[in-house]
Ligand binder design. Structure first.
Ligand code: GLY
Ligand code: MN
Ligand code: MN
Length: 514
């Protein structure tokens, strides 16, 4: 390198050095050639997505609750995994719910509810709703071939404004028009301004846009935070009861998840005795998740032996030894982003030992007791109570409780929680722990209604290092998790096709490994 070249490199701005890998010519001739001689993008009309029959009533609910206010719901940005590579995009669940958009649509998009004269808005509501997003650049633009995050040459075609309008039944505009749409006439309501409600902690750029507008117009930021939190809460509560389309999506996720569990059982002979047997299990399930769905709904727990007593064991890097139990907690997320959440505890050599079976049957009895009470009108929290009462009874029979059963079951006791420290149920849907921002009154203290979907997942976890239990129990962790739909008069186990009893599990393994 000559001294002249050294000088020019020193002078290179630090911010430009990220492009040091690029060898793309900058000449006008190159740019002109790259942006020409491409066939026109195909134009076609698109039928509405099936969800477009259901999503308007979700938006209407938001419109009614926040009449007269501007509501801003971002999809969120791409998230960097390392340096210049991103995670596969997944929109925020509230955005997916209100638009009906699944898979990898649409980084940086924002759904805006603009208040209008009540009753004159979309579908007779109080708002006109617009989806702002970055439409695909044409093939004659530099973005087409040079933008590795958004250009068609790099990531493939993306829908245009018209396509989204036709598929979703929502007006669509270029993201470039977002700023004036969010900030116009914004301000304190007392002086005639339009109040903005923002779904926070989704997109920092949109947060900056809204907060700057608030500061510029004298709106109290702290008070706004509380108003924004109400929107988060409302979007979460809006998903407590699933519509028919959502239930169908969840049936699909459950079906694909069961197929993934079957793949794992078929892979077990290869996994048992392998140094990273848990990874073989994880990989077998992941292949099914990508084949039939968009992704995993959450990181798979493939926990063998004592690892099954680690509630969130996702390292999955250990051996699986013959005779152990494998706790597999996994769920396929459909292309619509709805996920299943199932757990089975599987004897890797095909049959349960007597102590494994004893613990398994206690957990199964707890799950059955919980299922038995599910129907509209009961409180959500009763499900947990039903399950842990049965678990405590078994622990008492085995002589493990240090106090009488009644004392353990009293609010001050709860000694059984040493071996079952988690809740028995959580709502399930777009998020694996769906509706988590709902008020306590509507969640834990809420009353079950038809259309609610949640898990029933009791377990018992006796750690290897647990000196409070006899040795024969140590290193056994068992959970049985099913996904349940509340019906008009009871409950449907959406995952009933996955074997639950010890005999059925053993028969299932024998058949699949036949
Ligand atoms: N897989 C997470 C859970 O069961 O809640
Ligand atoms: Mn769960
Ligand atoms: Mn689970």
């Amino acid at each position: 390198m000559t001294s002249e070249e050294h000088t020019s490199q020193d002078a290179q701005q630090l911010k430009d050095r990220v492009n040091n890998r690029s060898q793309r010519p900058q000449s006008a001739a190159f740019k002109q050639f790259m942006a020409s001689h491409w066939a026109e993008s195909a134009t076609s009309t698109h039928a509405p997505d099936a969800v477009a029959e259901y999503s308007p009533s979700r938006r209407r609910a938001v419109s009614e609750r926040f009449s007269g206010e501007r509501v801003v719901v971002p999809a969120g940005p791409l998230k960097v995994r390392s340096n210049d590579t991103d995670y596969r995009f997944r929109p925020h669940s509230a955005f997916a719910h209100l638009t009906g958009l699944g898979v990898d649509h649409e980084p940086n998009a924002v759904l805006v509810f603009e208040p209008v004269e009540p009753g004159t808005g979309d579908d007779g509501g109080d708002h006109e709703v617009t989806l702002y997003f970055k439409p695909m650049a044409g093939r004659s633009t530099e973005e087409f071939y040079s933008d590795s995050r958004y250009g068609e040459f790099w990531i493939g075609p993306r829908p245009g404004l018209e396509e989204f309008e036709q598929r979703l039944g929502i007006r669509a505009k270029d993201l470039g028009e977002l700023e004036p749409a969010v900030t116009k006439n914004a301000g304190a309501v007392e002086i005639g301004g339009t109040r903005i409600r923002l779904l926070r902690e989704v997109d920092l750029n949109v947060e900056a846009l809204v907060d700057t507008s608030r500061i510029n117009t004298g709106v109290d930021l702290e008070a706004s935070d509380a108003l924004d939190a109400e929107l988060t809460e409302f979007c979460s509560e809006l998903r407590l009861v699933k519509d028919e389309w959502e239930v169908d999506q969840m049936r699909h996720s459950v079906h694909a998840t069961i197929a993934g569990f079957e793949d794992v059982v078929r892979a077990l002979p290869r996994a048992v005795g392998h140094d990273r047997g848990e990874r073989i299990v994880e990989g077998a399930f992941f292949a099914r998740a990508r084949l039939e769905g968009n992704d995993l709904g959450y990181d798979t727990i493939a926990a063998s032996g004592n690892n099954a007593t680690v509630l969130h064991w996702i390292r999955n890097h250990d051996r699986i030894e013959p005779g152990e139990l494998l706790l597999l907690d996994a769920g396929v997320e459909a292309d619509s982003l709805y996920t299943a959440d199932l757990t089975r505890t599987i004897p890797v050599s095909g049959t349960f030992t007597s102590v494994q079976r004893r613990v398994y049957e206690a957990v199964l009895a707890a799950a059955d007791a919980a299922f038995d009470i599910v129907k509209p009108g009961i409180q959500f929290r009763e499900i947990h109570q039903a399950a842990v009462t049965v678990l405590a009874e078994h622990l008492d029979q085995w002589g493990l409780l240090p106090v009488p059963l009644e004392e353990a079951l009293s609010p001050e006791g709860q000694h059984h929680r040493r071996w079952m420290p988690h809740g028995t149920s959580h709502h399930l849907g777009l998020d694996v722990h769906d509706c988590a921002q709902a008020k306590r009154d509507l969640y834990l203290d809420g009353i079950l209604e038809p259309g609610m979907v949640f898990t029933i997942e009791p377990g018992l976890y006796f750690k290897e290092e647990d000196l409070a239990v006899p040795e024969e129990y140590r290193g056994i962790g068992i959970r049985i998790e099913d996904d349940v739909l509340v019906t008009e008069d009871g409950a449907e186990n959406l995952s009933s096709a996955l074997p639950r009893t010890p005999e059925a599990v053993e028969g299932w393994i024998a058949k699949l490994q036949g």
